[in-house]
Write a protein that binds this ligand. Sequence first.
Ligand SMILES: [Zn+2]
Length: 265
Amino acid sequence: MKRSVLLLACLILIYGCARVPVTGRRQLSIVKNSTIIPASFDQYEQVKKESKLSDDEEQVALVKKVGHRIQTAVEKYMSENGWEDHLEGYDWEFNLIESDQVNAWAMPGGKVAFYTGILPICKDEQGIAVVMGHEVAHAVANHGRERISQQTGAQAGLTAISVALGAGGTSELSREAIMQGAGAATSLGILKFSRKHESEADHLGIIFMAIAGYDPKGAPVFWERMAEQSGGESPPEFVSTHPSHDTRISDLNKWMPEAMKYYKK
Ligand SMILES: [Zn+2]
């Protein structure tokens, strides 16, 4: 048993780790994007079918415009900085869903949705760019893959061990297990990210908006509006996966000098 655990640890080190662009954080990556992304696209189509897409042409166009502008800037940045393979299999899409919920989310492979309920807080293109940068960051940082890898890590690890030990016939079975893991995670509709992921998406988000030419100083201002609108009713940080507004704003201000360097370029 001890030897299997050691072997598993070695295999994860060799095959099961990836790095997040820009922050350089190491993350678990047992399940591959080639497995997750097709499942994610199916789920996104399902959500689109079951939701009412906004027919406000002006608002739809603005959300798509900001999305494509940030997408283009991020793709250029990635290919110029040695990450050219990182976005393989991505197919970006930005939709606006009719809903009072103050929310937006991203699925693996670049599928983003905004709810109309968040637009009054975004207020303008700059505010949309804050939320868009954050959502694009979740997708680029493969936060969904990391969650799914954590959930299915044990199963995938067992396969790796049996394959390494030369046991035949189990890989097909375990691939099924991985698919189930991915499906279970994405069928929740929207993956719940950890606070660490939320914070990393804030950090990358202001850099992504900056390289797309949007002033990152709009981010703390957006979160102040968000705090005002929730009227002090936001859940305390320890019961929420989201960082509190205060933590968020002070973190954003801490990262601002870094983001401003990208903005000025
Ligand atoms: Zn988020």
